[in-house]
Ligand binder design. Structure first.
Ligand SMILES: NC(=O)C1=CN([C@@H]2O[C@H](COP(=O)(O)OP(=O)(O)OC[C@H]3O[C@@H](n4cnc5c(N)ncnc54)[C@H](O)[C@@H]3O)[C@@H](O)[C@H]2O)C=CC1
Ligand SMILES: O=C(O)CCC(=O)C(=O)O
Length: 524
């Protein structure tokens, strides 16, 4: 018998298959009300209200799986769960349409001042001249983050006669053309859009994306919408822009702190709000509950789960055989994705040596998942990676070769992007670990681990000392440093492994050294 704690409001109809299983005992309670029995549960099902912290996990030593009935997993400490071997699953697309429709409803309400007019009439007023709005027709909609929800919002906007201007660093031209939108830099979207809506995950790159500096680049009279995650638009930074009238109105479904309490933004008449209702429809709740319930059943029956976001969804037998290369593939994809931080069309993977005799399909999918993770919300795994790649217009293929470059095995990945191609090769050495042996045309040898720094420079005497001085001056400790070059005096590179990630200031200081051409942070 498996015990499942359902700690948020999740559609009962969607959970019916779980309730019907004789193997499963379901308890519906908040975690705070189940303190005494927390240690007995095998599974935890949540929406966004339950905060799954390391502290809570400590109280649940029997926990094997956490199911999020929704997309964002920012309320779950996924690293802490992974350390404990707890599988985290979500329902990535069950609420896409509802979130897109809610965004659209907020947009219409914002420009036509519907909430304000509603309050006025309910207060027995009849003040038509106070609520003159704007049409959506002919307006420029800026969409930041063009994944599942962003693209559904775009379809609706086009039907309303709006032109759609998208910023998503990972969007290909082909996909944009197919969906009838135009791709721009962030600055361009900020400068031209009459209405801007954000649909990215909340990550360290997107937190505060619309802060003081970027808000100042928007058109006077712009409308802003956040139905993704609180914090993508910096709430404090908005205040002076609302006070000055630069921002004409804001619609928020999500907040940095939920509930927001007595937040200063709530005092503005032109800020309209909902209490995180994007996914709150009967349909979306049924979809997400059904998805996680089915996955949970698969999990308890020992079948692979398709929406695991942290641990492999493979059978134990297969995983044991390919384990080493599964991880090497993941690292190759992850590093290549960060290095090629541009839209890409094609990934080509070549296997040579002992690895070519294994089930390479799983390794390729792991590589693909590693590649896609930095580009989309962290919901990609080896099961859904192929579908996510297809959605984003990325094709991939496998080849086999005899060329092992002297190693027992070699995996080579070539990424074709717009105007640039990049190749990375890696090998796994039993009892030693993974090594990257070729990076962007240069033979090199480094471990794909931790905080890495890539520096491409001209091969000149004294470069190592100059880099060391800058890092030393910023209190950055170098753990290892590997160098390689194409030819004496030609293109050369350093890969440094650091004790902590470097910030933008350090990157800028390094980039100013003569003969350094490129500096990039890479996390492996
Ligand atoms: N208000 C609500 O109730 C709901 C909110 N959400 C939130 O909506 C967000 C988006 O969800 P989906 O569209 O399903 O995710 P998705 O993964 O399909 O799309 C996210 C997109 O953001 C892009 N992106 C990532 N970093 C970026 C950056 N720095 N700048 C610009 N674009 C970037 C990615 O390339 C990707 O195309 C998530 O944060 C999710 O939690 C989702 C459902 C309901
Ligand atoms: O569960 C909810 O209502 C929130 C949905 C959401 O924000 C998500 O799926 O990311």
């Amino acid at each position: 018998m498996f015990r499942v704690l359902v700690s948020d409001a999740i559609s009962e109809e969607g959970l019916a298959p779980l309730c019907a299983s004789a193997q499963i005992d379901i308890v519906q309670k908040k975690t705070t009300e189940a303190e005494e029995e927390l240690h007995t549960f095998d599974a935890l099902l949540v929406r966004s209200a339950t905060k799954v912290t390391e502290e809570l996990l400590e109280k649940m030593p029997n926990l094997k799986i956490i199911g999020r009935a929704g997309v964002g997993v920012d309320n779950i400490d996924v690293d802490a769960a992974t350390k404990r071997g707890i599988v985290v699953i979500n329902a990535p697309n069950g609420n896409t349409i509802s979130a897109a429709e809610h965004t659209f409803a907020m947009m219409a309400a914002l420009v036509r001042r519907i909430p304000q007019a509603h309050i006025s009439v309910k207060s027995r007023e009849w003040n038509r001249s106070a609520f003159v709005g704007n049409e959506l027709f002919g307006k420029k909609l800026g969409i930041i983050g063009f994944g599942r929800i962003g693209s559904e919002v775009a379809k609706r906007a086009r039907a309303f006669g709006m032109s759609v201007h998208v910023y998503d660093p990972f969007l290909t031209k082909e996909r944009a053309e197919k969906l009838g939108v135009s791709i721009h830099s962030l600055d361009e979207v900020l400068a031209v859009a009459d209405i801007i809506t954000v649909h990215t995950p909340l990550t360290k790159e997107t937190r505060g994306l619309l802060g003081t500096e970027n808000l100042a680049k928007t058109k006077k009279g712009v409308y802003l919408i956040n139905c993704a995650r609180g914090g993508i638009i910096d709430e404090q930074a908005l205040i002076p822009f609302l006070e000055s009238g630069h921002v004409a109105g804001v619609a928020l479904d999500v907040f940095e702190q939920e509930p927001p309490g007595d937040h200063p933004l709530l005092a503005f008449d032109n800020v309209i709000v909902t209490p995180h209702l994007g996914a709150s429809t009967v349909e979306a709740q049924l979809n997400v509950a059904t998805q996680v319930a089915e996955e949970l059943l698969h999990f308890f029956e020992g079948r692979p789960v398709t929406s695991s976001i942290n641990l492999p969804a493979l059978s134990k037998d297969v995983y044991e055989k390919i384990q080493a290369f599964y991880h090497l593939g993941r690292k190759l994809g992850l590093i290549a994705s960060q290095f090629m931080n541009i839209p890409v069309q094609e990934l080509s993977v070549t296997y040579a040596g002992t690895v070519a005799d294994l089930e390479t399909t799983y390794i390729t999918r792991s590589l693909l998942a590693g590649f896609l993770r930095p580009r989309v919300a962290s919901t990609v795994n080896e099961v859904n990676a192929a579908m996510v790649a297809k959605e984003r217009g990325i094709t991939y293929g496998e080849k086999f070769s005899d060329e092992t470059h002297g190693y027992a095995n070699c995996i080579s990945l070539t990424v074709h992007g717009e105007n640039k191609t990049f190749t990375i090769k890696g090998t796994h050495v039993p009892n030693y670990g993974d090594r990257i042996v070729h990076f962007d045309g240069v033979a090199i040898d480094f471990a794909p681990e931790g905080h890495l720094l890539y520096i491409q420079h001209q091969d000149r005497p004294g470069m190592i000392g100059k880099v060391g001085n800058v890092l030393g001056a910023h209190d950055v400790n170098i753990a290892t440093m590997q160098v390689g070059r194409q030819e004496a005096g030609g293109k050369a590179m350093m890969i440094l492994s650091l004790d902590k990630p470097v910030d933008d200031e350090v990157l800028q200081a390094l980039a100013q050294i003569d003969d350094i051409e490129t500096v990039k942070r890479l996390e492996a």
